[in-house]
Each structure stands twice: as C-alpha cells, then as structure tokens.
Design a protein around this ligand. Structure first.
Ligand code: ATP
Length: 236
C-alpha cells in the first residue's frame, strides 16, 4: 500500500515556524481534507509535499519511499501531483493543449490521448471547449481543466489547494463531485480547503490545523458534527 505519512514535520521560512511537529496520514484510496484558517499551514504542507519546501525536521514517507528530501521532479515521478491555488492553466493555449501538457512526463502518446479522452468524459464541459483558449474559461471550467491536466499525468495522489476558491456554490458542488469521481476511480486525494462544509462532504477523514499543528482529526462525518468545528469553520 502506498500510504503517505508525515511524522513530526517542522518547516520554517527563515524564522517563521510554519509547521510545528505536524503528523498526519493519507491512506491509499482516501480523500483526506486539511482544514484551518489563513496561516494555519495548509499550503505549506502541500508545498512541502510537492518538493518546493524542505522540512527542517521530521520525516515524510510514501509507501516504502522516503520523500523527506526529494526535489519537485522526484515527487511528480513518485506520483504526487500538486494543483496549486489559482489553477495556473496556460491562458493562451487551448483547452486541449493544456490537457496534453499534463502528459509531459508520460512517454506513451497513446496513453496521453486515452487519459485526455477520459478527462473529457469525466468533464464534458471541457470537451465542448476543447479548442477554446484556457483564459476564456470560467473559474469553474479552469478548475476542471487544472484537474484534467493533472489526470493526464496519471497521478497516484492529488494534492489540491482550495479548488473551491472563488467559485459559486453550484459550481463548487460540481467540482467536488468530479473530485469524488476521480477518487472513486483510484486516485488518492489530499484536499486543502477553506470551504470546510464542501470538503467534509466528500472527505473520508479530515485534520484541522492551527498554527502549524493538528488540533483535531477524525472521520469527516464526525468532524462535521463536532461543535468545535461547527463553531470555528462551519458557522454556527
Ligand atoms: P492560506 O489559506 O492563507 O494560504 P495556510 O493555512 O495555507 O493559509 P500557509 O500559507 O501554509 O497557511 O502559512 C503558514 C505560515 O507560514 C503563516 O504564518 C505564513 O505567514 C507563513 N508563510 C507562508 N509562506 C511563507 C513564505 N513564503 N515566507 C514566509 N512566511 C511564509
């Protein structure tokens, strides 16, 4: 099993102690959500898992691989794929070109074409806009494109940073359903969200971060009922 395990991770930006002995696990097949307010350390966790930041202490393992000191390209090769906040699609390239770029490490052209076709199946909206420039898409469509591009890379674990950001509630629901479907089809998901309500609906388990450490954790359905979570993140 390829489970992701963070043990006692400390991460600093110069003197800012962003992650403080953070420990968490994402088991193969799960959707795990990280919740927390601004500055809690959610994005830092993803940056570390995509090899952009190095922990000062602690250990990160993925199955039997030690990822603690790896570089971004090693993370991608290991199957961890980060979709950063803001999506970062290529606005002057077409939807289809954006999708194909997701396969830059995949040598088999047939496999890239198959995965792109699968992304279109999952998100017919993208198929309708195949030849349209990325920059002309709505926010929700851009998020779908970012997901589709990642899927063409064949990730084992998707690291999603705030996929709901800036989207209308109905679109958030659609994006969350797509994430759930991607997970059902075999991709493990670590989902960072400010929208705790939407995240807890699709997650199996969740962690609440405060000041770089875990303060609450458990099955998503239980956390959604926890008065502390309701008060702080779901609006009483
Ligand atoms: P947000 O939703 O606002 O991104 P977050 O939970 O993702 O919040 P992080 O962005 O991981 O939180 O930030 C954790 C801490 O690290 C904060 O105190 C933040 O100010 C600090 N921090 C984050 N990035 C940097 C950086 N590049 N340089 C210095 N400090 C940083």
């Amino acid at each position: 099993m390829s489970n992701l395990v963070l043990e006692n991770v400390d991460l600093y930006y110069n003197r800012v102690h962003a992650l403080r002995g953070l420990s968490l696990e994402v088991n193969e097949g799960e959707i795990v959500s990280l919740l927390g307010n601004n500055g809690a350390g959610k994005t830092s966790t993803l940056s570390m898992l995509s090899g952009l930041e190095r922990p000062r202490n602690g250990r990160v393992t993925w199955g039997d691989k030690d990822l603690t000191k790896l570089q971004p390209w090693d993370m991608v090769e290991a199957g961890l794929l980060h979709i950063p906040e803001g999506r970062r699609i290529f606005s002057t390239m077409t939807v289809h070109e954006n999708l194909l770029i997701g396969g830059y490490l995949v040598k088999d052209q047939k496999l890239i074409a198959e995965r792109a076709a699968h992304a279109y199946e999952l998100m017919p909206r993208l198929a309708e806009r195949r030849d349209q420039q990325g920059g002309t898409l709505s926010g929700g469509e851009q998020q779908m494109l970012a997901l589709g591009r990642a899927l063409v890379g064949g990730p084992k674990l998707l690291l999603l940073d705030e996929p709901s950001m800036g989207l209308a509630p109905l679109i958030v629901k659609q994006v969350m359903e797509i994430i759930r479907e991607v997970n059902k089809q075999g991709t493990t998901v670590l989902l960072v969200e400010q929208n705790a309500k939407a995240a807890l609906k699709i997650a199996d388990r969740a962690y609440v971060l405060e000041s770089g450490r875990v303060t609450l954790q458990g099955p998503a359905a239980e956390l959604a009922e926890d008065p502390r979570v309701i008060e702080a993140y779901l609006g009483a």
